[in-house]
Every structure is written in C-alpha cells, then in structure tokens.
Design a protein around this ligand. Structure first.
Ligand code: GLV
Ligand code: MN
Ligand code: MN
Ligand code: MN
Length: 398
C-alpha cells in the first residue's frame, strides 16, 4: 500500500472534535488502536513484531540481529496535532518495506520498522520517552513515576498496555542491534517550501528542554478580597510569560514558548491558589540553561512582588545534535543531492544519534505549520518521501 493509503486507514483514529486535529497520547485509547493497527499491518507484510521493555514496537524483516537497518517514528501526537507528525515516518517505513518486497529485494542485513512510545511527551511530560528509556538517557525510576494530568503514572499506563514496568530502562542488547537509524518526518517549518524541493536530509537539531514553573499563592474569593490583600499566583505567571518573550528575543536564534498554563482550582470567581506554567526553551549551542536562568530570575522577582512563591523544575533537556556525517553524505548521494535542513524540532532520531549513526529525511509541508491541525503534506510529496526512504533502506540493507 502507498504511504498515503496507510495514512488514510488511520485518518479516523483519535480525532479531537474540541481542539481540531488529533489527540493521540501514549497508551490512551486512540494510540492503543494505532499500535494494534501497526502490528496488524506489519504482520500482514510478514514482519515479526515484538514490543520491547520500554513499550516501543519493533517489526522485523528477517531475523532480528546486530547491524540492523532501522527506520520509524511515533504514533502519538501533541494535543490537537496534525495527521503527519509521527505517523508519516511509520507509514513510510511500512510502505517502503512493501515496495521493496514487491520488487523482490532481499535484505542482507536485519531491517526493522519501529514505533517509539510517548515521543511528544503529550501525556507524561518528557518527550522521546521511549527512546530515552531505550538509550538510558532518562532514569527508569524517574520515567516510571511520571504522571499524566489525571495522576496516572507512566508505569501504570504502560503496565496496562502489557509492558512490565519493572523491566523498563536502558536496553543495551537492543541498542546494540541498530547499525543505522533513519527517521522520516514531515517538515515542521518552511524550509522546503522556500527551497522548492519535496524532500530534504536532516543536518542538525537545536538543543531544547522543558521546565515547569509552579507558582503558589493564596486561593481566595474574587469579590471579597481587596487587591492589596492578595497573593495571586496568576500575576507572576503572567509576568513570566512576557519575560519569556522579552528575554528570548535578546538571544540569537532562541525559541521559547509557554504553551501550557494551569491555574488551580480554575474558577472565574476564584483567586487561584497555584498556577503551573510549562516553558519550552530551545537555543542552539550552550545557551538554553542561561536563558532559563534569566527567566527563572524574572519569575522569582515577580512572585516576590505579589507575595507568592515559585519553584522551577527541569523536566527534560537535550543538547545540540548533528546527524551522522557519513550517513548524511550517503543519503545525499543516493537521493541525487537533496537539500540539507536544520530543525528546531526534537525527534527520537536525535536521542538515538548519541548512540548509533542516525539520520533524518524531511517531507515538504506546504503550510509550514506543525503541532496544529493545519500541518500538511501533499500526496505526491508523501510518495516521494516513501520512495526516498525505500531507496535508502535498499542501499543500506543490500
Ligand atoms: C516534538 O515534536 C518537539 O520538538 O517538541
Ligand atoms: Mn511533534
Ligand atoms: Mn514527531
Ligand atoms: Mn518531535
């Protein structure tokens, strides 16, 4: 089946009528359905399917073994995300395998399509959780204890999906099987629109991390409490939102975002007792922690001014990544010299790049918009991406 055909099969899964687009979160009902769908389709191609100790699914063409060629991405989304971020890499992997099978290709190396768990961190807060666990870049105890908005832990959710939480953590044997990892992904900016090309090779990923700012004040009555008597945590939270933009604007090429802010208890006539705010900060090179320190200072001053307290917790951080030089050179050669693109988006391939030769392919997104229902890829470009992936897998595995 074409990659577009596979995408069409899952187009109805996890639609979010309230936000628009898709909400498919790690181990929730829609993501569970997608995982089952993937297993079914992989079995249909004659692949051997296994779920690893960390909830990632591997579909093997030929016996699993070392020096494997591995491709894949994720099936979870951000809240109200698009149809392509994640699934495009998975369906392109399936479609490329099917095309190679149809052509009579027999891989000489083990070849696998993988689905990583909780790439977006949309449910448990830490992005690329499946690949971080696999590589040991997050402590297994920390991962097990991560909670979703309802207080369910990652261990509980994964356990319910059949993953034994006691066995989570660095999986050296599995990691040692990967000879090269390649992730195909929809582009999340305007790079390929401006270049007029359907497919690019990934060059770098900007350092990025997430921080939680917990402001605490005094919950109280909105009518009965004089302004002078308040300790309203919404004020330092609001000041922090504007400080994020002001301070980030002074750092070359920095990106910093507050996309989530939760007042508790959250009533119109209630002065909040606490406000939690999440900062996503990304600066090339070593600049991210310094920017976050400045933002934290501004938050702390604003909290003090209002008689509130603030606590800042780092939830995740990954440094700059440059994808494997030799693999990039090969990809460029085999694909007839496509452009190379840097990105500010994080990916499982960037986590794996610290351990195995890893690379990425991007497919043009004509809206230039991502993490939104408007994210898009034309069918022709989707097929160009899947064909490029098939070419590369064949070259690597022959
Ligand atoms: C994941 O898509 C990220 O870069 O936030
Ligand atoms: Mn994403
Ligand atoms: Mn993604
Ligand atoms: Mn991502």
């Amino acid at each position: 089946m074409t990659a577009s055909g596979f995408l069409a099969e899952i187009a109805g899964v996890g639609r979010d009528p309230k936000r628009g687009g898709y909400s498919r979160h790690a181990f929730d009902a829609p993501e569970h359905d997608l995982r089952e769908w993937f297993v079914e389709r992989a079995l249909g191609l004659g692949l051997d399917v296994e779920t690893d100790r960390n909830g990632n699914i591997w579909a093997w063409w030929g016996p699993p073994g070392r020096n494997a060629v591995v491709t894949g991405s994720h099936l979870d989304s951000v809240p109200g995300g698009g149809a392509f971020d994640g699934p495009l890499g998975v369906v392109s992997g399936l479609s490329a395998v099917e095309a190679l099978q149809t052509n009579g290709f027999r891989p000489r190396r083990p070849l696998a399509v993988v689905v990583f768990a909780e790439e977006e961190g949309g449910r448990f807060g830490v992005p690329c959780l499946g690949s971080r666990l696999l590589t040991g870049t997050i402590d297994a105890d920390k991962a097990r204890g991560l909670r979703d908005a309802d207080g369910v832990t990652f261990a509980e959710a994964a356990g319910k999906a059949g993953v034994d939480p006691a066995r989570m953590g660095r999986d050296t044997e599995r990691l040692d099987r990967i000879g090269q990892f390649l992730e195909l992904h929809v582009e999340q900016g305007r790079g390929l629109i401006d270049l007029g090309a359907p497919v690019a090779v990934g060059s770098t990923v900007i350092a990025h991390g997430r921080w939680r700012f917990s402001f605490a004040g005094q919950g109280n009555h909105a009518g009965a409490t004089l302004l002078a008597d308040r300790a309203d945590p919404m004020l330092p939270a609001a000041a922090t939102v504007t400080a994020v933009r002001r301070l980030a604007a002074q750092v070359p090429d920095a990106r910093a975002t507050v996309g989530r802010l939760v007042p508790t208890p959250g009533g119109t006539n209630v002065i909040a007792s606490t406000v939690d705010l999440w900062l996503d900060a990304r600066v090339p090179g070593q600049g991210t922690p310094g920017l976050v320190a400045e933002i934290s200072r501004a938050a702390s001053e604003a909290a003090q001014e209002e008689g509130c307290r603030v606590e800042v917790t780092r939830e995740s951080y990954s440094g700059d990544v440059v994808f494997d030089d030799a693999l990039r050179r090969d990809l460029g050669g085999w694909l007839g010299g496509p452009p190379e693109l840097p990105t500010g988006a994080g990916h499982d391939a960037a986590i794996l790049a610290g351990f195995v030769p890893a690379g990425m392919l991007y497919v043009r997104n004509p809206t230039g918009i991502s993490h939104s229902p408007e994210e898009f890829a034309e069918a022709g470009d989707v097929e160009a991406g899947a064909a490029a992936l098939a070419t590369v897998l064949e070259r690597l595995a022959r």
